[in-house]
Design a protein around this ligand. Structure first.
Ligand code: SF4
Ligand code: SF4
Length: 138
């Protein structure tokens, strides 16, 4: 079983194709919508958590790519510059998923769990030293 958060960009010419329902039917995958920017006859961007067995998951991902969907895995896109971060905790206060969290109250170190990130970008906006970043295509 595998479950990953992905950002899917649907160019205008394929925005009306039922590709997500296709992968659910063809490969027995399930999904949760984390974020959606969809407008009729325009490019659409969806952030989904897609789940299924390992082989089916990657077949579904390949199917989306073959049909023109531009796809980015969220956990590969969120980054922290460890040299710049001084563990102030501002980002912890705004992170909706506890991808950024403080576990050790003695050190107050801010931990980053990339697999929990949903690419909302709030941490990028509040970090005073710009230590947090998301790939520009997200
Ligand atoms: S806001 Fe920036 S400097 Fe502060 S803990 Fe988060 S990443 Fe580090
Ligand atoms: S983009 Fe930043 S604030 Fe948003 S979920 Fe990811 S780590 Fe948390």
């Amino acid at each position: 079983m595998i479950s990953k958060k992905v950002v899917l960009r649907f160019p205008k010419d394929i925005a009306d194709k039922p590709l997500i329902s296709d992968i659910c039917k063809k490969y027995d995958l399930t999904f949760n919508i984390m974020k959606a920017n969809i407008f009729p006859r325009k490019e659409g961007v969806l952030t989904l958590e897609i789940s299924g067995n390992d082989e089916s998951f990657y077949k579904g991902i390949d199917y989306l790519k073959e049909n023109g969907v531009e796809l980015t895995f969220v956990e590969e896109s969120i980054k922290r510059d460890e040299d710049s971060c001084y563990h102030c905790g501002f980002c912890v206060a705004v992170c909706p998923t506890q991808a950024l969290t403080i576990e050790d109250r003695k050190t107050m170190r801010v931990e980053l769990y990339k697999d929990r990130c949903i690419a909302c970008g709030y941490c990028v906006k509040v970090c005073p030293v710009k230590a947090m970043s998301l790939d520009s295509d997200i």
